[in-house]
Design a protein. Sequence first.
Length: 266
Amino acid sequence: MSADTRGDLHQHVLDALGLDITAGRLAPGQVLSIDALSEQLEVSRSVVREAIRVLTSMGLVQSRRRVGTVVRAASGWSLFDPTLIRWRLAGRDRLDQLHALTELREAVEPMAARLAAERADGQDRSELVALAARLWEAGMSGEPERFLEIDVEFHDALLRASGNPMFAQLGSTVTEILAGRTRHGLVPAIPQQAALQDHVDVATAIQRGDADAASDAMNRIVRRSNEEMDELFREGDPEPTEPTDAPTPGTASSATELPGDDRPLD
């Protein structure tokens, strides 16, 4: 088996289990059988074990002595993990998840903008202004894929420009939030001009070192994002969109057995 093929199988099993756990099809306390999963998903035990190890590192499952591999409650999950965010956004509770993530952005990004206005060097300030200009162009020309790409760059650059390394590490989390909104049709087809102006306002405030204005403009961005999601969701509840490389949900949920059927992972 080639490395590429093995990697594809690993991702297939990981997505199947991850989606079933986050959607509740594999409930907390449920015991996963390596043998049953291997047979159900038509992969080797070693591929299942690799996926289980990743899920363990994410807090979705744990190994219990004399019981086996057990699904954990959501309170134990690594909720900032981008892959976990992607799985949760593929479920029917994705709007609640997006609201929770937006509240996280409301707590972090305005402060990041304030700090960037105070701390960013000349290169970071120029980068944000340039990204805001490119974002305006992409939004006005109706290029959603390019718009998302630049939007991700803008918010990542903002978090890095804050000078706070913990904020900077939230870049991948914010990226998944922005991508998830687009993936599930919870953004306008053409961005509002006011939203584009808010990004320009953040960048120019940071450039001139106006911390209050930068924070206020970033607050407007996040709040507007939440309002847009609510409005689009009210217009029609779009069906959840599974990750493009994921299998059909439920493929792993029947591959479980009673406690004691499988030994804990080493």
